[in-house]
Design a protein around this ligand. Sequence first.
Ligand SMILES: [Fe+2]
Ligand SMILES: [Fe+2]
Length: 154
Amino acid sequence: MGNWFTDKLFSFFMNRDADQNTTVDLITWNSSYEIGHELIDQQHKTLVKMINDLNTAYSGDNTATREELANILSKLVNYTVFHFGSEENLFKNSAYPHVEEHIKLHESMVNKISTFQEEFNKGEADISNALLSFLIEWLLQHIKGTDRGYIKYI
Ligand SMILES: [Fe+2]
Ligand SMILES: [Fe+2]
């Protein structure tokens, strides 16, 4: 190693890395996710943030307790239900031709995550990378696929 100054700088960066939670966001919001409806885009952004929060708590510095993870999970499940309700209110009385199918997709997602949540709370399931990839894949499909269908009818 070089002189005193570069040694100091080196240790500063080493310590900084060790002190900070260096977990990166699993998913970064970008304009290609926007569907062009302010309220819905805002809610989708919140869902992205909640999935990132779950990932950070799960894989970050590993200090999150099961109770903390259960809390984040519960927020995610509740917000998802709330978001689906907002969408359904917007499109249910419109000319959107896939109202029933879209509601069924929402119901099936709510069933999946609620079932997981129950298992987690009973200690029968754990947060895993597989769960996080499932959430992200689902969210992207939902935002970039399904939700684009109703936008021109609301
Ligand atoms: Fe949505
Ligand atoms: Fe939707």
